[in-house]
Every structure is written in structure tokens, then in C-alpha cells.
Design a protein around this ligand. Structure first.
Ligand SMILES: [Zn+2]
Length: 269
């Protein structure tokens, strides 16, 4: 049984890899460069799901984006923004640090897991029927199995909007960070909302899709998102994507979402 499973998976992987190589050449060009795989393309591919709530609330980091997916490594605009920040501003390749990556995005995982200078811990909540890379740990973000002051950097993107008690998850990230540690905490966000939209009585997948824009989201963060993290104890730094690009000081177009901000939370005791 397990041999068949492995064999089927390896055939699938081979077909997928040949397909991606084909796309690498079919879409090659000079308009965009993916910082994660290093390839350049005439176009990125559209990706993301549109919904009435995403449109109405104008949720940034969600919805259909025309230049979203890298044709080769399948990174998204969100992955590329985080990686350009980590590589060119945070200088992750020059630091010997312990990193916790929560629910790692595959394109980011493939690159970060190969960096020899970092100790890379990955973890997520287990979901039946999902494929996970080997070595990943399973945990509840509201109760992390790590000691206080363990990590220099926590990367936790597009996770908090799935957790009803998000303040518990934020407090756990704060607890496991070392003093002077950083957390990259991206979420879908609506600048139209002064206050975060949430309602614990909205419980069904259909209702959550209608109100929050996705069946498994329990809120839409608003302008108060940084202050919710400050309330936990973080000092917040909000960096617009154009500043990430400027600070990276490179001329290539990474196909970032120009409206997306980076939310960097600093633990300073
Ligand atoms: Zn790529």
C-alpha cells in the first residue's frame, strides 16, 4: 500500500516538474523576475479567488490578482514581498538565527529550508488529507510547544485570520520570540474598515464566505490591526511594498502587490 502511494506520488512529482520546466520556457521574458526561483518572465499568472466580500471591503492580500503566480516556482505576490524583505532588508542570509515558520508557504519553504546559516523550524495545525513536508511539527498556535525566548524570527503569514482567539496566538508568538526578535505577520486587511470585522456568532462556512470573504476566515482585519499587536506588547513597523522595493535597491520588477504593506512586529522589552 505504502509502496503504491510513494510510486504514484513520485510519478506525479515527475510530471509536475516537467510541466513546470515547460512553463519556465513558455513564459520566459524580461518583464518580471521572481526573487524566489530567480527566473524571469514576460508575465506572471493570475491567481486568487474573488468574492463579493473581498470586492466590497477591498481586502488587500486577497482576491484575484492578474500578476500573482510565478509560472515556475508558483510563488505568490505575498511570498515574494516577504522574501524580498527577508533577503534584502532583514539580511536573513547573513544571520545565524533560529527561525519559526508557521504554516510555511511552499515557495518560501523551499528557499528558507536550504539556508545553511539558519536553524529552521516549521510547524502547523494538522489537517487530515493534507500533504506536509517532512520535518514539520504539529501544534496549536494558541499553545506553542516551545520555551520562552526561543526564536529570533517568526514568520506567520495569513494564519491569524483563521483563529478565533487570535490574541492568544499573538501572545504565544510574543512569548517564544527572543527579546529584540521580529515577527512577520501578514494578514488580509481592509483599509475601508476602521475596526476589525468579526462576529463569533458567524460560524457556518457559507456565512463566513459571505461576510469575511473566505469560508474558513473568522474576521477581516481593519486599520486597527497594528494596534491589536501593540496591545500584546509588540512595537509595530508597517512597511509599504514600494518601500521594500526601494530599500532592496534593485531595478527588476518582482511583481509585488503595490497595495500590500508588510507588518513587522518587534519584541522590545
Ligand atoms: Zn519563482
Amino acid at each position: 500500500m505504502s509502496t503504491n502511494f510513494l510510486t504514484k506520488n513520485s510519478i506525479k512529482r515527475k510530471l509536475k516538474s516537467q510541466f513546470l520546466w515547460f512553463r519556465k520556457y513558455y513564459y520566459q521574458g524580461k518583464s518580471f523576475t521572481c526573487p524566489l526561483c530567480g527566473n524571469s518572465f514576460r508575465t506572471m499568472l493570475p491567481g486568487g479567488f474573488q468574492s463579493d466580500a473581498v470586492k466590497k471591503l477591498d481586502i488587500i492580500g486577497a482576491g484575484l490578482r492578474s500578476q500573482n503566480i510565478c509560472p515556475y516556482c508558483l510563488s505568490t505576490d505575498r511570498d515574494r514581498l516577504v522574501y524580498v524583505y527577508l533577503r534584502d532588508i532583514f539580511s536573513i542570509k547573513e544571520k545565524e538565527i533560529h527561525v519559526l515558520h508557521v504554516s510555511p508557504e511552499p515557495a518560501l519553504y523551499r528557499v528558507l529550508s536550504t539556508l545553511p546559516n539558519i536553524t529552521y523550524t516549521t510547524g502547523t495545525k494538522y489537517a487530515e488529507g493534507t500533504y506536509y513536508p517532512s520535518g514539520i511539527e504539529f501544534f496549536d498556535l494558541r499553545e506553542l510547544p516551545y520555551s520562552n525566548n526561543t526564536f529570533d524570527l517568526v514568520i506567520c503569514n495569513h494564519v491569524l485570520e483563521h483563529i478565533e482567539e487570535d490574541y492568544l496566538a499573538m501572545a504565544e508568538i510574543f512569548r517564544v520570540l527572543k527579546n529584540n526578535g521580529h515577527a512577520v505577520l501578514q494578514v488580509p486587511i481592509s483599509e475601508k474598515l476602521v475596526d476589525t470585522l468579526e462576529d463569533p456568532d458567524i460560524k457556518t462556512q457559507q456565512d463566513r464566505h459571505t461576510v469575511f470573504g473566505q469560508f474558513d476566515h473568522v474576521r477581516v482585519y481593519g486599520q486597527d490591526y497594528p494596534s491589536r499587536l501593540e496591545h500584546i506588547g509588540f512595537s509595530m513597523e508597517v512597511i509599504p511594498s514600494h518601500r521594500v522595493k526601494e530599500q532592496a535597491n534593485v531595478s527588476v520588477n518582482f511583481a509585488l502587490n503595490p497595495r500590500e504593506n508588510l507588518y513587522i512586529a518587534h519584541k522590545k522589552l
